[in-house]
Design a binder for this molecule. Structure first.
Ligand SMILES: Nc1nc(=O)c2c([nH]1)NC[C@@H]1CN(c3ccc(C(=O)N[C@@H](CCC(=O)O)C(=O)O)cc3)CN21
Ligand SMILES: O=c1ccn([C@H]2C[C@H](O)[C@@H](COP(=O)(O)O)O2)c(=O)[nH]1
Length: 283
């Protein structure tokens, strides 16, 4: 939590204003931030200085692991966070590749679970990684990437957290996640939870011990219409102690994640938080 608040404060103190063409807004921006979550110690990085909708964040990452490409599937799992990008951005609505209501196109899991091969066919990157790690193999390239520049014109948004690299040291699993662009008030609140859950759940289904997750952010920003709430409300609050996350131990395979897992398989214990803050969202 301190890492999160320090980054918010750093943007407020040292950020530079950058015009963003896609959203038509200015963003107060810093370059490069490195956050670490110690999953071995159960340091669940949930924001406490406002109410965080953590089930929504977990639903997003589970949807990516399932290869979802449709906001309706995300809603059924428990999050509405893709509705606006799928249905309210005029550039995407005009895109001939959009397959109708709720379609997100080729992004995130739609790429990671079916990565197109130049010589034809697809690779299921996630399945390969899970198979390797389960056998105790780390080939130094266990990378789940959602990044495919050749598919950007067929997607509603380019992936923000675009790469998750798993590593084994003995029977301890590590994760390095990289994010190219980060909406710190809204997105990061979710992304921290997602990086933690990704390491915890992949360790659980591959029979490894979770170690640390390292989260690298390149462009970290606060949109101009979010700044006042961050500076004058959220940053004035005292954080509470971190809560703990419990994941149903019956989740034992990628098939389980794909078939029966719901948000009821995740529980947060001891979550104390301040009042919600409704930050503006930029589509
Ligand atoms: N501008 C922008 N910021 C993002 O963080 C973001 C995007 N776009 N587009 C793609 C996804 C969608 N994400 C989102 C979308 C909405 C919320 C949001 O509205 N959060 C509210 C309420 C969440 C709820 O009720 O479930 C929040 O207070 O956290 C968060 C992340 C993260 N990503
Ligand atoms: O997981 C996510 C997804 C998206 N974001 C934010 C970061 C940016 O503010 C926008 C994406 O806009 P681009 O113009 O494509 O950079 O969404 C996030 O923080 N986390």
């Amino acid at each position: 939590m301190k890492q999160y608040l320090d980054l918010c404060q750093r943007i407020v103190n040292q950020g530079e204003w950058v015009n963003n063409e896609r959203t038509g807004k200015r963003c107060l921006t810093v370059i490069n931030a490195d956050l670490t979550y110690d999953v071995s110690k159960g340091e669940f990085p949930l924001v406490t200085t406002r109410k965080s909708f953590w089930k929504s964040a977990i639903a997003e990452i589970i949807g990516y692991l399932r290869g979802y490409d449709n906001a309706a599937d995300f809603r059924a799992l428990g999050t509405k966070t893709w509705d606006a990008n799928a249905n309210e951005n005029q550039v995407w609505l005009n895109n001939p590749h959009r397959k109708g209501e709720d379609d997100m196109g080729l992004c995130y899991g739609a790429i990671g679970r079916h990565f197109p091969k130049p010589d034809g066919g697809h690779i299921d990157l996630l399945k390969q990684i899970i198979d390797d790690l389960s056998r105790g193999v780390d080939n130094r390239g266990e990378i789940l990437t959602f990044y495919h520049p050749g598919a950007f014109h067929m997607a509603c948004l380019r992936p923000c957290m675009y790469s998750h690299h798993f590593s084994l040291l003995g029977d301890t699993l590590y994760l390095n996640s990289t994010q190219r662009s980060c909406d710190v008030p809204l997105g990061l609140n979710f992304n921290m939870v997602q990086v933690y859950v990704l390491l915890a759940i992949v360790a659980q289904i591959t029979g490894k011990k979770p170690g640390q997750a390292f989260h690298k952010i390149v462009n970290a920003h606060i949109y101009e219409d979010q700044l006042e709430l961050m500076r004058d409300v959220q940053l004035k609050r005292e954080p509470y102690p971190l809560p703990r996350l419990k994941i149903n131990p019956d989740i034992q395979s990628l098939k389980d994640i794909e078939s029966w897992v719901t948000m009821d398989d995740f529980e947060v214990e001891g979550y104390q938080f301040h009042e919600p803050i409704a930050y503006p969202f930029s589509v």
